[in-house]
Design a protein around this ligand. Structure first.
Ligand SMILES: O=C(O)CCC(=O)C(=O)O
Ligand SMILES: [Fe+2]
Length: 395
């Protein structure tokens, strides 16, 4: 399947759209959005709502912020994981970021600014607030289109009212080499929708369902729209939440911003009955997003193949872990390798023995024939599933 798909994200024009005018343009854009999010979980968008001078001042503001002394930046703390200052991590030495909760709300943007500049910095707080507020209109249009295209209009108010916004601003130092260096580890976003914008230094890579990496090269005025795991769960897997990472080379710093729509604390993410049927059995049990995030940042959450699956799925009798792995290459030498695989014989039914199943560890996977499972794995549905085994025989 992968070879026919060009390694470029779909490009969708939102320039003349208005959520209050549902004309032919709206409907055709909506179909493009739906197709892009089913296949890639991601697309590049143009959106005329952000004037060029605001884009320029936003990157000036980011530079001003990251140029502050480390001691000052560390003052931005948060009880929520990944919302405060993040940086100086040996695993991702090029990366620094700051979270600004509810950035579209003027008072919130101002109180964040006061933490870093106690004497105030009106230009910074106005720039950040205006940019987030204008960009949140794109998040809203995309989410309205998603609900309409899935026939879930009746949940519109509940869905739109159940989130708030986090603006995360990021700096990646240039590694000062032409070799590709890790800027940010491969991950899926955990929220609803993410919208990313960058200065003209590329680095974002998005993985396709067939495992190829698209090197994203957005045009100066465009935005990358991406689905997070919470929307993947709420749509019961109808939309894809892609793995993505940042790889850096050269000596220029990359500045980027992400506007994240996030389920509010206490809101339980639960797929509506309209997206659950015999062909699409429920993938995840309902979950509280904040509790899920807390789990994600525990050691078990970080180790898990899919944190959401571990958190919500009934697979706690997976006593041993089967890790995701990949191969990354550089240089000019060929790598040869061998693997010796012990494989269940055809006809042998894999079934957890009763000794590993108890009240604390209920059965995760129904007994399955390995050859039939492999046959499923190589169908399109199997390839799309986050975990083919869970989709094939999850209890
Ligand atoms: O910097 C970027 O473009 C990506 C950042 C990202 O993936 C994240 O903050 O979740
Ligand atoms: Fe991300």
């Amino acid at each position: 399947m992968g070879s026919e798909i060009p390694l470029k994200l779909p490009f969708i024009d939102f320039t003349n759209l208005d959520q209050n005018t549902k004309n032919d343009d709206w409907n055709s854009t909506k179909s493009q959005v739906h197709r892009a999010l089913e296949e890639f979980g991601c697309f590049e968008a143009t959106f005329a709502n952000i004037p060029p001078d605001l884009q320029t001042s936003v990157f000036d503001s980011l530079q001003e912020l990251f140029d502050l002394p480390l001691q000052t930046k560390l003052k931005n703390r948060s009880t929520k994981p990944f919302h405060g200052y993040v940086g100086q991590y040996p695993m991702v030495p090029l990366y620094e970021s700051m979270g600004i909760d509810d950035a579209p709300i003027p008072d919130k943007a101002e109180s964040f600014t006061k933490i870093l500049w106690p004497e105030g910095n009106p230009k910074f707080s106005k720039t950040i607030q205006e940019f987030s507020e204008k960009l949140s209109k794109l998040d809203q249009m995309v989410r309205i289109m998603i609900l309409e295209s899935l026939g879930l209009e009746k949940y519109m108010d509940e869905h739109m009212g159940s989130t708030n916004y986090l603006l995360r601003v990021m700096k990646y130092k240039g590694p000062e080499t032409n070799d590709s260096k890790l800027g940010l580890n491969s991950h899926t976003d955990k929220n609803i929708v993410t919208i990313l914008h960058q200065n003209q230094v590329d680095g974002l890579e998005v993985q396709t369902k067939s495992g190829n990496w698209i090197k994203v090269q957005p045009s100066p005025n465009s935005f990358i729209v991406m689905i997070g795991d919470s929307l993947y769960a709420w749509t019961n897997g109808r939309l894809h939440s892609p793995y993505h990472q940042v790889m850096m080379s050269g000596d220029k710093a990359r500045y980027s911003l992400g506007l994240f729509s996030i389920p509010k604390a206490g809101y339980v993410v639960k797929a509506p009955p309209e997206v659950v049927d015999e062909e699409h059995p429920l993938i995840f049990k309902p979950f509280d997003h904040v509790e899920f995030l807390q789990f994600y940042y525990t050691e078990a959450g970080q180790r898990a193949q899919s944190a959401l699956k571990t958190y919500c799925g009934a697979w706690t009798n997976g006593r041993l872990h089967s890790p995701y792995h990949q191969v990354m290459m550089s240089g000019d030498k060929a790598r040869y390798s061998l693997g010796l695989f012990s494989i269940p014989k055809a006809g042998y039914v894999v079934k957890a023995p009763p000794e590993v199943v108890d009240e604390e560890h209920p059965l995760i996977f129904k007994p399955f024939d390995h050859v039939e499972f492999l046959q499923f794995y190589y169908t399109e549905a199997g390839q799309r599933a986050q975990s083919a085994l869970k989709t094939y025989c999850g209890v």
